[in-house]
Every structure is written in C-alpha cells, then in structure tokens.
Design a protein around this ligand. Sequence first.
Ligand code: ADE
Ligand code: ZN
Length: 322
Amino acid sequence: MSWKDFPKVELHLHLEGAAPPAFVRGLAQEKGINLDRVFDERGNYAFRDFTHFLQVYEAATQVLKTPEDYRRLTLAVLEQCAENGVIYAETFLSPDFCGGRDVIAWKEYLHAMKEAAQQAEAQMGITLRGIVTCIRHFGPDKARETAICAAETAGGWITGFGMGGDEGLGRQGDFAWAFDCAREAGLRLTTHAGEFGGPESIRQAVQDLKVERIGHGVRAIEDPALVDILAETGVVLEVCPGSNVALGLYPSYGAHPIARLREAGVKVTVSTDDPPFFNTTMTREYEELERAFRWGIEDFTALNAIAIDAAFCDEGTRTGIK
Ligand code: ADE
Ligand code: ZN
C-alpha cells in the first residue's frame, strides 16, 4: 500500500532542519552567501557524524536572516509535510536563529511564521503548532533567554517548550530554570534525551525537567527498568527512526528498537526530525516501518492516535484532527 496519503500526525520536526536544499540554495544565491561546506556534489546536505551534522545545520541557517525568510521557510516546509499526508505538525522553533533571543525580534519572526501557517492551513488543510526550543550546547544562560522568549509568546499556536542540540554537553537538570519558566507560562514540555545520551539522560529529563514527552528516547531500551517506568507513567517518545539510522545509532530500521519499545507498552510515535538531512519523509518512514516490522493500517492508526493524544494543542484542535 502507498502510505503517501495516509493521514499522519508529526510531533518532532525542526523547522530549519526541514528546509529543502533547493530552498536554502535559492536564498543563498539571492543573498550571495557561499554554502559550499553545506552540500555535497549531488546537492544534498553533507555531514560525517552528529557533531558535524549540528555544524552543517547551523551553517545552513546563515541564509535565514529575516522574518520574511522564515515566512517562506515555514510555507516550504508545510508544503512538504502536506504532500506526505501530514495533517497536523509541531515544529521546533529556535529564537537563537530568529533574532538572537531578542523578544521584540522574536515576536516579528513568529508573526511571519504564523502568517505562513494560516496560509498553509487554508490552502492545504495542515495545522501547525510551535515548540520554542533552546539549544543545549549553547548553554543554560542562553536557554534562560530562550525560555523568556517562549514565555513572552506563549499561547495561540505557541504551545510547547523544548531542547535540542548536543546531548553530550551538561546535564538535563542544568536547564531546569528554563523548563520551569516555560511550564509556569503554560507551555507543555519535551526535551531531546536518549538519542546520543544513554538511559540516564532520559531519567534526568523525566525527573529534573518533568517533561511529558521525550525527543527520541530510544536508548531507554538499554535499561529494562526505565522501559517499565516509561510504560507505567505514559511518557510519550517522539521516535525518529530514519534520523537514528542516518546518524549511525542503529544499522537499519530492522535493528531499531521502536517495535520492542512499543511491545513493552511504551507510547511511541513516528516523526522525521530533519527530513532532507536524513533523506527521509513521513511517507518513507511508514514504508520502512512496514517493511521492517510488517506494520499496517491498524498499527499506524494506533500510533497516530497516541500522537494526537500527546499533541501540544487544545481539545478543540485535537477533536478536529481525530
Ligand atoms: N537539532 C536538530 N536535529 C537534532 C537532533 N536529531 N538531535 C539533537 N538536536 C537536533
Ligand atoms: Zn530532533
């Protein structure tokens, strides 16, 4: 079966990481920016490992300089999502790349993104919610500033707060102030954990940041007691199998722990993370999971139901996507 038009909910998508290479090249040309170090000879994003991936990701954001650039980016990304059957998406949005964590500039960028989201909803029937995201390797002080941007713009389509970046640096608890600030502003919480960090990073995320969702979380599989805790507490994993395979965490979809986590009762969902970087789409994720685990309509319907329940949106929106 073709999964392209199957209605999908995607909870873990980095806005800049979803930028189509042609879009980034077009902006670079308009602005006279050299991006030789970002693309390979075929025009795909080129990186050697996770650290290099983060560097290339940040280099590509150099073309995104104005709210208008972000309006166009948001539209280009939502077009790709809608083409792959996504009806509801949440994207990570980083004030670090949008005016440098300045609240006034951040509001202008958000306004432009919101306009694009409204256009996409009207034209393509896709709904977008935003998760303001601090970047771990920029450190706790910048995370505080990001949280203040988040708190100042909480409400409406800005519904969550999260953290991405290099999980190897510092501890989750170092960022507790930022997560507390966001929670007090009414935002729902998620953080990247258990991707390049081990099970301990997931335990810290749950205990110290009190998040209700975890980005990736797949390395919980290395700690059976933690798997039980996740299953019992209902913490939702935003699993991105293609990202994990592309970044060398697992050699293949068949070796990926998503099916074992699901069988153990953990609430798993499926997303793409940074689709053009990892040569994937939501359609491809479904195709690969079907091939690896024989998952079919019932499985994907159940996964989407979990994602809808875990979505950072109000009940009216949730009912609308059910
Ligand atoms: N930022 C963009 N993609 C990421 C990933 N897979 N892990 C951590 N930070 C990221
Ligand atoms: Zn991610």
